[in-house]
Design a protein around this ligand. Structure first.
Ligand SMILES: Nc1ncnc2c1ncn2[C@@H]1O[C@H](COP(=O)(O)OP(=O)(O)OP(=O)(O)O)[C@@H](O)[C@H]1O
Ligand SMILES: [Mg+2]
Length: 318
């Protein structure tokens, strides 16, 4: 990546950014200032803005302070749709600075589990979760936690690129930031940084005012990643981000994931075993709403502990 100096999340890891929280990478509601707080500041009441204004802005060309993203730990996580339990008591850690792939047959609960991690699951009528999701030790299901801040800290990218169709490339990335009334110059800087971090800047810098929907599928997916990065998340959840993309666009996303993992913890759901092998440090295999096993990717693919994992990764079912 050519522009680490302004990668979101690297300028000053613990400087409040006042960025708003996206829901599904998109803006949620107005009045979301003060959401750029680190994890421990997600507890309400939020810090006074006076302490924030005392923080000097990062210099325009500050040297990057690359820090890893936050760790996420699931403890006995269960998820329900009405009475149906589809995630059945999962204990799993997503380590800081790593990419973790989630694999398993269709319907085994991968998307459901991932949506629990940024509290999107509960948005589905009748759906609820039990257990703990710890973000750097803080339980994001604690009643005192600000859900909006959770979704800023833990961004999400979906299978189908979902840019706002009528918005320009620039506005798609700026959407979440605008809600925080950022100054125009700063907004431009942040949008450019996010587009560079998503590996898209060179391709779109001359068409920032063109509609986001006019980009190719792979570009749209990187636009969605840029939108997610703009609010400086600690973690990005990717649910089959490449399944609608051709091999070249897929490769670009995979290269991007490899670069981003230095400062954003990444969880990627994939049906593509080769992709898991290429991008993931660790791989978790799920079956029937349960975690069968998790381990270093190479071990999961070559010498798994559980025979069901071996059957799945060798294509015997799923
Ligand atoms: N909105 C919903 N309401 C009720 N049940 C649901 C809902 N969404 C998913 N489910 C059920 O929960 C289970 C897990 O679904 P989920 O989408 O998490 O699986 P998945 O592993 O992501 O599958 P795929 O690989 O096909 O995307 C399935 O049995 C599914 O039918
Ligand atoms: Mg799914």
């Amino acid at each position: 990546m050519s522009t680490d100096a302004h990668l979101p999340g690297t300028a000053d890891p613990r400087t409040p950014s006042q960025a708003p929280t996206p829901s599904e990478n998109a803006p949620t509601s107005p009045n979301q200032e003060d959401q750029g707080a680190p994890v421990h500041q997600m507890l309400e009441p939020k810090p006074q803005s006076s302490t924030r204004s005392a923080t000097p802005p990062a210099p325009e060309h500050a040297a990057p302070l690359v820090r890893p993203g936050s760790s996420v730990k699931l403890e006995r996580l269960r998820a329900f749709y009405g009475e149906a339990e589809q995630v059945r008591g999962i204990d799993l850690e997503f380590r800081s600075g790593e990419v973790t792939a989630i694999i398993g047959p269709s319907g085994c609960g991968k998307s459901t589990m991932v949506r629990c991690i940024n509290r999107m699951h509960e948005e589905i009528p009748g759906a609820r979760a039990e257990g703990k999701v710890l973000l750097d030790g803080l339980d994001i299901y604690d009643p005192a936690v600000d859900v909006v801040a959770v979704r800023r800290a833990i961004g999400m990218v979906f299978q189908k690129p979902n840019p706002f169709p009528t918005m320009s490339v620039f506005d798609n990335v700026a959407a979440g930031l605008r809600l925080a009334s950022r100054k125009a110059g700063d907004l431009q800087h942040r949008v450019e940084s996010a587009l560079r971090a998503a590996g898209l800047w060179e391709e779109v810098k001359d068409r920032l005012s063109a509609p986001g929907a006019g980009l190719s599928g792979g570009q749209q997916q990187r636009l969605c990643i840029a939108r997610s990065l703009a609010v400086e998340p600690e973690v990005i959840l990717m649910d089959e981000p490449c399944s609608a993309l051709d091999p070249i666009a897929t490769l670009k996303i995979e290269e991007l994931i490899d670069q981003l993992k230095r400062h954003v913890t990444i969880v990627i759901v994939t049906h593509n075993m080769q992709q898991a092998a290429r991008v993931a440090d660790r791989t978790a295999f799920m079956l029937g709403g349960e975690l069968v096993e998790v381990g270093p990717t190479e071990k999961i693919f070559t010498n798994p502990d559980d025979p069901r994992t071996e059957e799945y990764v060798t294509g015997k079912f799923g």
